[in-house]
Ligand binder design. Structure first.
Ligand code: 7PM
Length: 273
């Protein structure tokens, strides 16, 4: 029930909100870099005010279809944000699959690694094991560049469960205690709309693996496919999806729209008490 996450122990007896902080400089001039940093810090602080209890800092490299970002560019984006949030009251998660970025982020004060590659790099597994960081192990099928082309499963629940079970075993064998691990079925990562809906419907299957479940549905294209709305018009759909995930066993929801999601979960909590 307590998620051990670096300096923090998060009580997951009630569902929690992880706020997404994307660090995307819109200009590569020094001025753009500075403004991007200030904007990211302001945004992060606002998400905490709104009720986020984890901040997920990402330099874009894990976005499906995104242009690859070099290690140096990713570090230049995320490290100043992590350093700028050193005294914030909530754990900082680094959203990366690159071991070098994990290492530097943890050294700079991050408390958690959110790896869409589920620590499948041996170096990442051993390196994280030597720290006290929490870790999110996510399922994906294929490589981010082509994973949406022909996603295929025998049985999406069984296949994703087996993968996550194996990654939890690999992590604990490497020395990451089970209290430090959360799992994530990876909505949209090598999944058709139908696969995503089966995963959401059967979210409870993942809670059987004995570690907390994180769900990332916020603004995703599956919600656009259902509602016909573009990414800016998916707040209500995202809140509905987060609430459904929680009702079906998710302990952490990774969202852009923190205020709206926190309000929805307050209603859920009022009934659970
Ligand atoms: C474009 C497409 C931009 C998709 C960004 C995305 C997850 C994640 C992402 C998730 C965990 C997004 C995604 N999604 N990490 N990183 N779980 N653990 O919507 O579902 O942010 S990237």
């Amino acid at each position: 029930m307590l998620f051990h996450c670096g300096k923090f122990k998060l009580d997951l007896s009630q569902p929690k909100v992880m706020g997404i902080v994307n660090v995307t400089p819109d200009s590569f001039s020094d001025g753009g870099r500075h403004l991007a940093l200030e904007a990211a810090l302001d945004h992060a602080r606002r998400l905490v005010d709104e009720g986020a209890v984890i901040l997920d800092i990402g330099g874009e490299s894990t976005r499906p279809g995104a242009a690859p970002v070099s290690v140096q560019e990713e570090l230049d984006r995320v490290l100043p944000v992590i350093e700028g949030l050193r005294d914030i009251s909530v754990p900082i998660s680094i959203d990366t699959y690159k071991p070098e970025v994990m290492r530097a982020a943890l050294d700079a004060g991050a408390d958690m690694v959110n790896d869409v590659n589920a620590l499948q790099s041996a170096y990442a597994l051993d390196m994280v094991a030597k720290t006290t960081a929490g870790v999110c192990l996510m399922h994906k099928q294929g490589a981010p560049q082509n994973m949406q082309q022909q996603p295929h499963y025998q049985d999406v629940i069984a296949d994703v469960s087996l993968f996550l079970r194996e990654r939890v075993a690999a992590a604990t064998s490497a020395g990451i205690t089970v209290e430090r691990i959360v799992i994530d079925p990876g909505f949209g990562f090598g999944k058709s709309l139908e696969h995503n809906l089966v995963l959401l419907k059967n979210m409870h299957a993942f809670t059987l693996l004995g570690v907390p479940v994180l769900a990332g549905l916020s603004r995703k294209s599956m919600l656009g496919a259902i509602t016909g709305r573009d990414v800016g018009g998916r707040v209500a759909a995202s809140v509905a999806a987060a609430l459904i995930a929680v009702q079906r066993g998710a302990s952490i929801v990774r969202v852009h729209d923190v205020r709206e999601t926190v309000d929805a979960l307050k209603i859920w909590n009022a009934l659970e008490k």
